[in-house]
Write a new protein. Structure first.
Length: 414
C-alpha cells in the first residue's frame, strides 16, 4: 500500500500544473527569503566580530585568569619560546599578536582625558589585524626605530589640542602599583568611527610599554589571536584549549572580550529568528490554502479510492507524498533563484553607500555600509529541512481531512 501511495502521489503531482507550480513557488520564495535573511545577517555578524577583534583583543585572547574582566598592569606573563611554540601553526589561526594594555590619564598643556594604553609590536601589527592602522588618517604609523611615538584617535587629538610631532604626557600605574609618568610624541591619528577608540585609545610600541610599566623582557598583558572571517570558531577554540591545557593562562573568546558586540548579535539574531518564523507562517498558510482547494476538488476521487479499499492512512501518506514532491520541486526552483544572488553577495557584495552618497566610498567599509552573504553547509541543510517540514505540516490537515471523507457521500457529491 505504501508503494501505491507513492505511485498515486507522483501521478497526482501535475494533475493541476498551475496549482502545483504556485505551491512550489511559495516554497521557492521561502528559500530566497531564508537565504537573504540568514546569509546577510551571518555576514554582518562576521564583520562585527572581525571589526571588534581588530580593536585590540582579537577573536580569542590569552591572558592571566580574570584579566579580561579586570585588566591591571600586574596581570602579565612571559611571551617566551615555549608559549610561542604552543601557539604556532594552530589550524585556522591567521596571526598571534602580543599586546600590553593599561589605563592612564593623558594630558597636554591644553587639556587632559582618561584613556586606554595599548602596546603593539610595530613590526607585526598591520592594517589587516589592527582597526586603528587600517583607518590611519594623518601622519605615519609606529615603527620600531621610534620607541616613543604614539597614535591617537582624531577625536582625542582635537580634544587635547595636539598636532603631529607634539608631545603627550601620560600617567599610569606600573606592575608594582606605583604611579609613573612618561612622554610620547604624536606620530599619527586614526578615525575608526568608534567613539571609544577615537576618543580614548593611545597606541604605543610594545618595548616602550614594557619600560613604562616596569615589565621584564618578553612580558606582555595578553595575546590576541586573529582568524579569517569565515573560520569555524568553535573548532579553533577547541584546538587552542587543547594546546594550552597545561598552562595557567586563560583563553577567552570574543564573547567575553567584546560583551557589547555579543549582546548586540544575540538581540539581533533573536529578532530576525522571530521575523523568519512569521515569514515561515506566511509561506505555510499559502501552502495550506492551495492544498485545501486541491482536496476539496478531489473529494469524489478520494471517496472512490476509499470505497475500493484504500486505507485512510494510505490516503494520508499519498497526500503528504504529493506535498513532499511539491516541496522538493520548490526547493530546486528556490535554489536556482537564490544561487546567483547568494554567489554575487558572497564573492562581490553590495556597497550600500552608493545609495546614500551617489558614489562608492574609497575608504574602509563600515559594518552597515556593505551587504554580504554567507551560509554554512549546516545552515543550508537547516533551511531546506525546515521548509520541507513546514510544507508537510501545512499539508497534514488537508491530508487528514481527505482521509475522513465518507465514501458514499463523496461519490454522491453531497
Amino acid at each position: 500500500m505504501q508503494s501505491m501511495a507513492i505511485l498515486f502521489g507522483a501521478r497526482n503531482l501535475f494533475r493541476n500544473p498551475r496549482r502545483a507550480i504556485i505551491t512550489a513557488l511559495s516554497v521557492a520564495f521561502g528559500v530566497c527569503v531564508a537565504v537573504v535573511f540568514i546569509g546577510t545577517r551571518q555576514s554582518m555578524y562576521d564583520r562585527l566580530i572581525e571589526s571588534g577583534a581588530m580593536g585590540g583583543y582579537g577573536v580569542f585572547s590569552l591572558s592571566q585568569p580574570g584579566f579580561i574582566a579586570e585588566p591591571t598592569p600586574s596581570s602579565q606573563f612571559a611571551w617566551n619560546e615555549q608559549l610561542q611554540q604552543l601557539t604556532a601553526a594552530v589550524p585556522g589561526v591567521r596571526l598571534v599578536a602580543p599586546r600590553i594594555s593599561a589605563m592612564a590619564v593623558v594630558a597636554t598643556s591644553k587639556s587632559s582625558t582618561g584613556a586606554a594604553l595599548l602596546g603593539i609590536d610595530p613590526g607585526l601589527d598591520s592594517k589587516d589585524i589592527n582597526l586603528m592602522l587600517a583607518n590611519l588618517k594623518s601622519g605615519a604609523s609606529l615603527t620600531s626605530s621610534d620607541p616613543q611615538g604614539c597614535l591617537v584617535g582624531r577625536a582625542m587629538a582635537e580634544h587635547l589640542g595636539v598636532e603631529i610631532g607634539q608631545k603627550i604626557t601620560f600617567t599610569t600605574t606600573d606592575r608594582q602599583g606605583q604611579i609613573v609618568s612618561n612622554i610620547a610624541y604624536l606620530r599619527g591619528t586614526f578615525e575608526t568611527g568608534s567613539l571609544e577608540l577615537d576618543g580614548h585609545l593611545v597606541m604605543l610600541p610594545l618595548t616602550f610599554m614594557r619600560q613604562v610599566l616596569d615589565y621584564p623582557e618578553h612580558a606582555i598583558s595578553f595575546l590576541a589571536f586573529f582568524v579569517p572571517p569565515e573560520a569555524d570558531l568553535a573548532k579553533i577554540e577547541t584546538a587552542l584549549k587543547t594546546r594550552l591545557a597545561g598552562t595557567p593562562l586563560e583563553l577567552s573568546s570574543w564573547r567575553k572580550s567584546l560583551p557589547d558586540v555579543a549582546q548586540a548579535i544575540d538581540l539581533d539574531a533573536s529578532l530576525y529568528n522571530l521575523l523568519f518564523f512569521f515569514a515561515g507562517i506566511i509561506v505555510s498558510i499559502g501552502i495550506l490554502t492551495t492544498m485545501m482547494l486541491n482536496i476539496l476538488e478531489r473529494r469524489r476521487e478520494f471517496g472512490v479510492l476509499l470505497a475500493l479499499g484504500m486505507t485512510p492512512s494510505t490516503l494520508v501518506a499519498m497526500v503528504l507524498i504529493e506535498a513532499l514532491m511539491i516541496g522538493l520541486l520548490g526547493l530546486c526552483i528556490g535554489t536556482l533563484m537564490a544561487a546567483p544572488l547568494y554567489l554575487y553577495l558572497h564573492h562581490v557584495g553590495l556597497d550600500l553607500t552608493i545609495f546614500l552618497s551617489g558614489e562608492s566610498s574609497m575608504g574602509p567599509k563600515g559594518v552597515e555600509d556593505f551587504l554580504g552573504c554567507r551560509l554554512t553547509v549546516g545552515e543550508v541543510a537547516m533551511i531546506g529541512g525546515l521548509l520541507l517540514l513546514m510544507n508537510l505540516a501545512a499539508a497534514l490537515y488537508p491530508a487528514v481531512t481527505a482521509a475522513r471523507t465518507v465514501p458514499i457521500d463523496a461519490i454522491r457529491g453531497s
